[in-house]
Each structure stands twice: as C-alpha cells, then as structure tokens.
Design a protein around this ligand. Structure first.
Ligand code: PRP
Length: 187
C-alpha cells in the first residue's frame, strides 16, 4: 500500500520488507521473547534513533512486565564505520544491576555499535544481556557479533524506512525499501 508518503516512496527502487511482513515477524518475536523471559525482570534498551519504531511495536507484542530505557551513541563523523570508535551521547537513567537487558536495534551492520554497547552494559551489572535486531546485514560484519534475536537477514543494500534514515529522512515510511542510489549520489 503506497497511499501515503508518495514523495518518499518515489525515492525507492524496491520495497524490501512490507509492513505486513514486519508486523508478522515482530509479533512472532514478541511471543518468543515472552516465553524466554518468563519470571525475569526484563529491561528493554532501545538505541536511538533508528530503533524507535521497531521498539514501540515490539514492546506491545511482549506479554510480560517490561521496563524501558534508551541510549544514544554517535559516530565520530564518517570514521566510525572504519575505526569502531563510538561515543556515548545518552546514557541509561537507572541502575540496571540484576536486570535482564534486551538491547533493541533496527540494524546490525558492521556490528561495532552493538559490540561497544554490549561491553559497556556488562560493566553496569546486568544479570544478562541479549540483542534483538529487526534487520541483520551479515555481509557487512567487521567484528564477531551475533544478534540473539533478529527478524530479517538482508543483502548489502542501502535501506530506509520503519525507523531507518538517510540524512534523517524516510524514518516515517511504514515499509522498508531500498533507496535509489541517485538520492545519495551513488550509481
Ligand atoms: C545505525 C543503527 C545502529 C548502527 C549499526 O545507527 O541504528 O545503531 O547504525 O551499524 P554498525 O553495526 O555498523 O555499528 P545510525 O548511526 O545510523 O544512527 P540512527 O539510529 O540515529 O539513525
């Protein structure tokens, strides 16, 4: 359904994952997490900003008491993807000692952001740390990192929508699509 955001959809070459496919996968993942965390204190930690849409949907598919926190990291300009240097720009607001932490991300690419965050959260005394990501792009991995939960494995294409951006645009598209390279000067 492409009735809204017509101008934004015009910048895509392809819809990679539809909103219906996303909703079904998120529902299934929520059920799995509900089973796996029975009797545990679950703290979902969303990583701003891309994960916000996935986080909000996943949260409502989990039938357990859940606490939520958000963290933000920033890349040092364009260098992060190559150096792995990540700067924490928004920290947790509560003590997570003894909590079962589920980090929620929109995409694992090189794996450097999550590698950094997992190590950091370990130092904060969590009882366990797991990772849930909507998208996994294994071809791009630079560090040995596996998500405990993921919804879709995708090829190495520039994807936007459902929280993912290019230059802060397209986050509000309900589907995930491949951005036309002409938009970012590629070919
Ligand atoms: C994206 C994504 C992850 C990270 C994944 O965030 O949300 O945090 O990149 O890449 P990596 O596996 O190579 O570390 P981005 O820096 O685009 O920020 P945003 O979520 O605010 O859009």
């Amino acid at each position: 359904m492409m009735d809204t955001n017509a101008a934004l959809y015009g910048d895509l070459t392809q819809i990679l994952v539809t909103r219906e496919e996303i909703a079904a996968a998120v529902r299934k993942l929520g059920q799995q997490i509900t089973q796996d965390y029975q009797g545990k204190e679950l703290m979902m930690v969303g990583i701003l900003k891309g994960a916000v849409v996935f986080f909000a949907d996943l949260l409502r598919e989990i039938d357990l008491p859940v606490k939520m926190e958000f963290m933000a990291v920033s890349s040092y300009g364009a260098t992060t993807k190559t150096t792995g240097v990540v700067k924490l720009v928004k920290d947790l607001t509560v003590d997570i000692t003894g909590m079962h932490v589920l980090i929620v991300e929109d995409i694992v690419d090189s794996g450097m952001t999550l590698s950094y965050l997992s190590k950091y959260l370990e130092t904060r005394g969590a009882a366990s740390i797991k990772i849930a990501t909507l998208l996994d792009k294994p071809e791009r991995r630079r560090v040995d990192l596996k998500a405990d939960y993921f919804c879709f494995t995708i090829p190495d294409k520039f994807v936007v929508g459902y929280g993912l951006d290019y230059d802060e645009k397209y986050r509000n598209l309900p589907d995930i699509g491949v951005l036309d390279p002409r938009v970012y000067g590629g070919n």
